[in-house]
Write a protein that binds this ligand. Structure first.
Ligand code: UD1
Length: 416
């Protein structure tokens, strides 16, 4: 198994180009299953999750090619509306094929994802939404079976603006009879881009980027092309490393996607400069402790909570970090404490008492974002940090060591 070895305590300086967003490309790949013909998606990050999605799409019957960041999907040969357990258990986003496949085939069989490293993560909103559109949904041997010869548009109100459920129901509804209104829809930029992509395919979705989507069913969709938006979570991860260790510019980003993160970074005393599609952070003389509570977009993303906790470890005082989106998402805390941090956890609240210094240690990745926080923490700690189980980081970060090395970090990967 591979490990990442970090010799930390060194300043970071330079520019890093941000890759396409994982959470935008995965649902758009699923959407491409709905049409006959070839759709092209560019700026696709080469990630383990992208490759898992390609494998799943090939099982479903699509012809997929992926070269130098360009992905083409030929949906003409799609013939098997089924997502097997073996793939869904390794990547929950596989569940995104539910909406497109029922829309195209009138039936679908998708393994139930089950729990994950940070709690139960149910899919009840997805299933309830499909039922409201007229599908019959049953559970058989761990698989969700959904069928409906033709879905019927309806007004659906989500109890919570779930990203995945909004994406799935929007994909199911674009070719339904009549109009579907999704109230309390997720407004995340990745869902906004999914809707824009479907509109390019001939869908009729209005209210894109707001919390109310109006989807008028169309008879047919056609292939379309799109460039993936930049990954705001990758950008935020590097900005937080810069705020701890020097001066880092993230390039090819959409600054308005990072608003909540940039304003929190400024509260630490860091200097933020925005120039077009580049953002530079310069660390504060004295890192101020800043409380943070995660929220749905445009709030502070839960996908950057672990990295924020890591940044606060060296703050000059105590801070409180609350995750309201995923209450159990704190598996990084005991690992961060191995480096000498002082973090106390109470339910979904982490209390971080800043320490003067961290010391490298052996730590373990538990999920994608926890791994990113441990890398930032390893760079902040003096001496050597070994990070194991790094397959998690490869699910969501492209060329991570090379990108950190370009900023002056001493980080490498070894095979054991
Ligand atoms: C997506 C992102 C993930 C991010 C999360 C929140 C992808 C591939 N993943 O995950 O990185 O952390 O958004 O921004 O884009 N919930 C229910 N029932 C449901 C669905 C969700 O109770 O049917 C709850 C969840 O348990 C959670 C909250 O709603 O507490 C938000 O989940 P959701 O927005 O659906 O996250 P995902 O789409 O799974």
């Amino acid at each position: 198994m591979d490990k990442i070895i970090i010799n930390g305590g060194k300043p970071l300086e330079g520019t890093v180009k941000i890759s396409g967003a994982k959470n935008a490309v995965l649902p758009m790949m699923a959407a491409a299953l709905m049409v006959d013909g070839i759709s092209t998606i560019t700026r696709v990050p080469n990630l383990r999750d992208t490759r898992t999605m390609i494998r799943l799409m090939e099982i479903i019957g699509a012809k997929v090619s992926f070269k130098n960041g360009t992905l083409t999907v030929d949906g003409s040969t799609v013939n098997n509306p089924e997502a097997p357990y073996d793939l869904v258990k390794t990547m929950r986003a596989s569940f995104y094929v539910l909406g497109p496949l029922i829309a195209r085939f009138g039936e679908v069989k998708v393994s139930l994802p089950g729990g994950c490293a940070w709690g139960p993560r149910p899919v009840d909103y997805h299933l309830k939404g499909l039922e409201e559109l007229g599908a019959k949904v049953t559970l058989d041997s761990g698989y969700i079976l959904a069928e409906s010869p033709k879905l019927q548009g309806k007004t659906i109100r989500f109890e919570y603006p779930s990203v995945g459920a909004t994406g799935n129901i929007a994909m199911a509804a674009v070719t339904a009879n009549g109009t579907t209104i999704i109230e309390n829809a997720a407004r995340e930029p990745e869902i906004e881009q999914l809707c824009l992509f479907m509109n390019k395919m001939g869908a009729d979705i209005s209210g894109v980027g707001t919390d109310e989507l109006t989807i008028t069913g169309v008879k047919q969709l056609h292939p379309a092309d799109i460039e993936v938006i930049p990954d705001r979570v990758e950008a935020g991860t590097f900005l937080m490393a810069g705020a701890a260790l020097g001066e880092v510019t993230v390039q090819d980003v959409v600054p308005k996607h990072l608003k909540a993160v940039l304003s929190k970074l400024e509260e630490t005393g860091a200097k933020i400069e925005i120039k077009g599609d580049a953002v530079t952070v310069t660390k504060a003389e004295n890192l101020a402790p800043v409380d943070m509570t995660t929220a749905v977009f445009p709030g502070f993303p839960t996908d950057l909570q672990a990295q924020w906790v890591a940044l606060m470890m060296l703050a000059n005082g105590s801070s409180v970090v609350t995750d309201t989106v995923y209450h159990d998402r704190f598996s990084h805390v005991p690992e961060l404490n191995r480096l000498g941090a002082n973090i106390h956890l109470e339910n979904n609240v982490a209390i971080i008492r800043g320490v003067k210094k961290l010391l490298g240690a052996s730590v373990m990745s538990t999920d994608i974002r926890a791994s990113a926080s441990l890398i930032n923490a390893g760079l902040m700690a003096e001496g050597q940090t070994d990070l194991s189980r790094i397959y998690h980081i490869d699910r969501g970060y492209e060329n991570i060591e090379a990108k950190y090395r370009a900023l002056g970090a001493d980080i490498s990967r070894i095979s054991e």
